[in-house]
Design a protein around this ligand. Structure first.
Ligand code: NAP
Length: 489
């Protein structure tokens, strides 16, 4: 029954996908047989031309409003070029492909543009450059127009070259629902995906999008670089400098393979622990406060928002560790180290018996690592938008939370089994410092211990109630911020 439902669902979603794809393909292909409405574009600059060209391909009749009505070679040949006033009269939708600083020229056109859908596509050079968004400014200049913000996140180059792979999403916002729908229909006809962002109040945020450079990735990237640099110098000191000073061995070549292969799993495990740490901290805060209706501290909010990025970077480090480990037998140092005991056994004419305890430990350590990595990849794949969009919230939570914790347990166990026998050995502490795999266990073990306590029924029950809206002291939370926090995964 479940299988049938699942396969039906898959068929439906596959059919839906095919339909969507084919509609996208149809929209992208020139459609001259069916003429659509006339659209006016103010400005024959880069964006105006690229958008006009694309619209003509999709069957729209385009009229440009320009300061110069002279036909230029650059303007699409099927388009008309008129004065602003003449062009605006020919269409119900007017797209303003002109920089905000020139918007003053629109004031005398306010009467002609009354009742028309006026689309603001402009961007700024800096974040929050003006007190109000360009779209709101346009709405102030043209009080009778139905202003909609759209297209600012698509580049002229992408429109013209057809390379719309970077992002097919077009954020749309506006106060007039009908106007917004008209613009979204154009977006769809161009083979793009409109995303309704609400009223014109959202315009400032939409205008800031193209100016941001991976905002959610900054903290995870800097953190992982910081950890990598710290552990690199830590390993350099213990594995190369210490050995050179006290054992007179030159192991400087460790910098190429050994040290990176120590750093990668350590950083991966710490980052994976940091993905789940904010969740347990949030649970402790909610239990302490007895309510979920109070804002978490800003740092915790920000940390929770970049968990996906932390997890993906951790996965990248884990993948590098897997590749380094697979390449390890090719190293001449490893070949020499493996050959040494065999040669000494041959010289002594004596075969060492198999140490089954060691065999168990090494096999378990490898098996835990392989299975942990498999689940890590599974969790990473599910966090990709194309996959997460195809599962429901419960399925997504199951993979990210349950399988995520399973991954953390397996990877922590992998490290524990690897180094377990050396924890109490004094030789593992060079210059009284622990080996880095011991440091890597601090965060994941702390997370797992707290999580273990949190799943006890006497703790889990009140926490679940709090997350369902129950409050220990409803009055105090009414006085404080009444902002609902996302319950921690
Ligand atoms: P552009 O190449 O400099 O073109 C701007 C056009 O504005 C000019 O060609 C001109 O058209 C018109 N114009 C210039 N000064 C004017 C004035 N004083 N009064 C009236 N019209 C004037 O700029 P663009 O790259 O096309 O960008 C246009 C808008 O689209 C900007 O707001 C930009 O933020 C936005 N945008 C651009 C891109 C992109 O990839 N380029 C992407 C997203 C959004 P006429 O000569 O025909 O009058």
């Amino acid at each position: 029954m479940m299988a049938t439902y699942y396969s039906d669902r898959k068929c439906i979603s596959a059919t839906e996908k095919m339909n969507t794809n084919s509609s996208n393909m149809m929209a992208l292909a020139p459609n001259t047989s069916k003429k659509r409405e006339t659209v006016c574009i103010f400005g024959t600059g880069d964006f105006g031309r690229a958008l006009g060209h694309k619209m003509i391909q999709c069957g729209y009749h385009v009229v440009y409003g320009s300061r110069s009505t002279q036909i230029s070679n650059l303007v699409p040949k099927d388009a008309e070029v008129l004065s602003h006033a003449e062009a605006a009269q020919k269409a119900a939708i007017v797209i303003i492909a002109i920089q905000r600083q020139h918007y003053n020229f629109l004031t005398p056109l306010a009467e002609i543009l009354r009742g028309k859908v006026v689309v603001d596509i402009s961007n700024n050079l800096k974040l929050n450059q003006y007190p109000e968004s360009n779209a709101e400014y346009l709405a102030q200049l043209l009080p009778g127009a139905r202003v909609v913000k759209a297209f600012n996140t698509v580049s002229a180059w992408a429109l013209q070259s057809g390379a719309l792979d970077a992002s097919r999403q077009v954020f749309v916002c506006g106060d007039d629902t009908e106007a917004k729908e008209m613009v979204m229909n154009i977006v769809r006809a161009l083979g793009l995906t409109p995303l309704d962002q609400g009223s014109l109040l959202a315009a400032q945020e939409i205008e800031n999008y193209p100016l941001q450079l991976f905002p959610m990735w900054k903290f995870p990237i800097f953190l992982s670089l910081g950890l990598t640099a710290f552990f690199f110098f830590y390993c350099l000191a213990l594995d190369v400098i210490y050995t050179y000073i006290y054992e007179h061995n030159n192991f400087s070549f460790f910098i190429a393979m050994t040290i990176p292969n120590r750093i990668c799993p350590v950083v991966a495990l710490i980052l994976l622990g940091l993905v789940y740490l904010p969740g347990v901290l949030a649970a402790i805060i909610q239990l302490y406060r007895g309510t979920k209706y109070r804002r978490f501290p800003d740092w915790l909010d920000k940390w929770m928002l970049c968990r996906k990025q932390l997890g993906l970077i951790a996965l990248a480090f884990a993948s590098l560790h897997a590749v380094f480990t697979l390449a390890s037998p090719l190293r001449s140092f490893v070949k020499w180290r493996n050959a040494k005991p065999i040669i000494s056994q041959a010289l002594n004419n004596k075969t060492e018996p198999l140490d089954t305890t060691n065999a168990w430990l090494s096999d378990s350590y490898l098996a835990l690592g392989i299975i942990g990595f498999f689940f890590f990849v599974l969790v990473g794949i599910t966090s990709l938008p194309s996959v997460s969009n195809s599962v429901n919230w419960r399925e997504f939570r199951f993979v990210q939370s349950k399988l995520g914790y399973l991954t953390l347990i397996l990877c922590t166990a992998h490290t524990l089994v690897y180094g377990g026998k050396w924890f109490l050995s004094p030789t593992a502490y060079k210059w009284y410092l622990p080996n880095i795999y011991m440091l890597s266990l601090v965060v994941p073990c702390a997370v797992l211990v707290v999580k273990f306590v949190l799943i006890f029924p006497c703790v889990d029950k009140p926490l679940t109630q709090i997350r369902q809206g129950w409050e220990r002291n409803p009055k105090s939370s009414e006085q404080s911020n009444y902002i609902i926090n996302k319950s921690a995964v």
